[in-house]
Design a binder for this molecule. Structure first.
Ligand code: TXA
Ligand code: MG
Length: 349
């Protein structure tokens, strides 16, 4: 399949408007469009078209039991596709449009392919201007997973979206780098005052507690699923974001991590904090040290993580190490992606 590329940085330009018109038309005709969002790039199709939704799974190599998020232009539109409640509107008022996805009971208009036969559907209203204009022009809900091949890190910039999706989709929109670099926070509404966090993201547990009394953290967020355990969010059971090189996490302070890494034989690569770079350069060649940003700037680390994992994988190292992040704020999202990328290999120092 021939893939058209459209670079859009300023949506008001005539050229951008034309490209977005075309992207909308591709969607209405049942095609596939990769588009930028503030979290990661998405691989979109018409969320009301069973056949188009199916082609998403084929393009990504995604298991058919892993449901898709539908991306809408406005908060109220959720009424057409789901059964909402007051908590949905509280969450919407506080965080939408933005990097949050809400799981609600689905109406029949949403095809079973999108929901992977669940009776719920995931709804998200992105804030990225290009994503918004694209959804508006398409005029239908956009079903979209992250635009990576299944199992790879989600693409946070055009380069990676292109390398995974070229010749698999009709169009790729280049909208620059994603602001957050990690996928949206996913919450499931359980009742008027209770929600379950299925996937942590830039909207943190602390943020959620400002609008909802009870925030339950699903077990799958912070640990591996136990054998036979029922999973609330099907995506959680797949090994994800994984580099091909062995990736391990070190749970310890700088001194302990330094000692551990210095004793490793073979070619070791390290995702490290800027503040620790100079010290690590004493034991590891600079070309194998990849910066994640400053130690006290977890937002930057979140933004860099997937890019660095992809970069680290090209170094021909035997092992890649990184420090286990703290759990507060956006740290929980980093922690969640890192433990899964490592296949839950955490070395307690
Ligand atoms: O930031 C994001 O959320 C990006 C951008 C493109 O919007 N999308 C994204 O989609 O990360 P995806 O498909 O890679 O991850 C969606 C996750 C999967 O783990 C899936 O299992 C879960 O959401 N999910 C979708 N529908 C669900 C449902 N009805 N119940 C529980 N989990 C659901
Ligand atoms: Mg994904």
């Amino acid at each position: 399949m021939q893939t058209e590329v459209a670079k859009i940085l300023e949506i008001s330009e005539e050229k951008s408007q034309k490209a977005l018109e075309k992207a909308g038309q591709i969607i209405r005709n049942g095609g596939l469009v990769v588009f930028p969002t503030e979290t990661v790039y998405g691989l979109g199709a018409d969320g009301t078209n069973e056949k188009a939704a199916k082609s998403i799974f084929e393009a990504k190599g995604r298991p058919s039991d892993n449901p898709l998020i539908i991306h809408l232009y406005s908060v109220d539109e959720a009424e057409k596709y789901t059964y909402t409640n007051a908590l949905y509107y509280k969450i919407a008022k506080a965080f939408m449009p933005g990097p949050i996805t809400v799981i609600l009971r689905a109406k029949d208009i949403i095809p079973r392919t999108v929901t992977a036969n669940l009776d719920t559907v995931a709804v998200r209203i992105p804030v990225h201007p290009v994503a918004r204009e694209f959804i508006k022009k398409a005029g239908v809900p956009i079903a979209a997973p992250s635009a990576n091949l299944s199992g790879s890190p989600s693409p946070t910039c055009f380069k990676y979206a292109f390398s995974d999706m070229n010749e698999r989709v009709d169009m790729i929109i280049d909208g620059g780098e994603s602001e957050f670099g990690l996928e949206s926070t996913i919450v499931k509404i359980e009742s008027e005052d209770t929600l379950t966090l299925l996937r942590p993201g830039a909207i943190t547990v602390e943020d959620l507690k400002t609008v909802c009394e009870n925030v339950i953290i699903s077990d799958a967020v912070l640990e591996a699923l136990k054998e036979g355990e029922r999973v609330l969010s099907p995506g959680m059971k797949y090994k994800h974001y994984a580099p091909k090189t062995e990736f391990l996490l070190l749970d310890g302070d700088f001194g302990a991590r330094f000692d551990y890494v210095s004793k490793r034989e073979g070619k070791v690569a390290l995702l490290c904090y800027d503040d620790e770079m100079a010290e690590f350069e004493k034991i590891i060649p600079k070309s194998l040290l990849l910066s994640l940003g400053k130690k006290d700037e977890p937002r930057t680390q979140a933004k860099m993580l997937f890019t660095r994992l992809r970069d680290a994988d090209t170094l021909g190292a035997d092992e890649i190490y990184a420090a286990l992040p703290k759990l507060d704020g956006i740290g929980m999202a980093l922690y969640n992606r890192m433990i899964r990328a490592s296949g839950y290999k955490i070395i307690k120092l």
